[in-house]
Design a binder for this molecule. Structure first.
Ligand SMILES: [Zn+2]
Ligand SMILES: [Zn+2]
Length: 279
């Protein structure tokens, strides 16, 4: 029994010696307390929530301290961040112009610039004169700018159909080509045309008002000339300058002869200029 008591004593002494030795963080009670310093930043983060990303990253690196700070935050007085006061501003846009979009005094723009609307070489919105080029029309180049079109003047009669061949007519007209009408600033041109006057048979469809030339020519008429004038004061360049045509049908209701049919059209004289807006 004495031997057992002696052994217990030795064990007790060893324990006390070990407990007193070396560890700074141990208290006299032998209870280990972790001393942590809660950084101010962490406390702020806890109340701030997720607003500050860089501090959030710092918290991860502080490890245990983050857990401690969360508990501390509960005891901190709750303060709210004052709301950011935005001064209200309603955009007031000036009207858009040819070259500028609608604009507010703050610099904000709305939409895009209108772009110029040139008609006959002048912008309808701002009166800017378009850049133009002038072309002299000659007997050599007239076909580059003008073209002959055959116009079918068939119109429905009061019964709602196209009737007999006598009710329709065709016309041969000289036009300024459409791509140049779009660019036209001004025009003052006279072109003399020379052409062969044919008589040619046709078939006529009174249900559609369309005719088809058959190629059968009954005789040649004499050679003709006609002068077409194009000026700013008329719409000949748009409506066309009538120089030949017409249909006085013979035969029955579905066949006839076109008694003026221009062929081999050439220009014998040409003078004047067209002024076109540049691209
Ligand atoms: Zn504004
Ligand atoms: Zn303009």
């Amino acid at each position: 029994m004495k031997k057992i008591i002696a052994v217990l004593l030795v064990i007790c002494m060893l324990f006390v010696l070990n407990a007193c030795g070396g560890d700074n963080e141990s208290t006299s009670t032998g209870e280990i307390t972790e001393v942590t310093t809660i950084p101010t930043d962490s406390t702020v983060n806890a109340t701030d929530g997720s607003e500050d990303n860089t501090q959030g990253i710092a918290e991860i690196t502080t490890g245990e301290e983050y857990t401690e700070s969360t508990e501390s935050a509960v005891t901190m007085p709750f303060t709210t961040t004052p709301p950011i006061i935005e001064t209200s501003h309603t955009h007031r846009y000036s009207a858009a112009t040819c070259t500028e979009p609608a604009k507010c005094s703050c610099g904000e723009t709305n939409g895009s610039a209108l772009g110029h609307n040139f008609v006959k070489g002048v912008c309808l919105n701002c009166n800017l004169k378009a850049k133009t080029q002038q072309i002299t029309i000659t007997t050599e180049n007239w076909e580059q700018y003008f073209e002959v079109k055959i116009i079918n003047n068939a119109k429905k009669n009061s019964f709602g159909d196209y009737g007999t061949p006598q009710d329709f007519s065709i016309a041969f007209k000289l036009f300024l080509k459409e791509k140049y009408i779009e660019k036209l600033a001004s025009i003052d041109v006279s072109i003399e045309l020379s052409y062969d006057d044919y008589v040619e048979s046709y078939t006529y469809d009174s249900s559609t008002g369309n005719y088809t030339l058959t190629g059968e020519q009954s005789y040649f008429a004499e050679k003709r000339t006609f002068i077409c004038n194009f000026t700013d004061n008329d719409n000949n360049y748009y409506d066309g300058c009538y120089f030949s045509g017409g249909c006085w049908g013979g035969g029955d209701e579905t066949t006839g002869y076109i008694t003026r049919y221009a062929k081999n059209i050439t220009s014998t004289r040409a003078t004047g200029t067209i002024t076109l807006m540049s691209d």
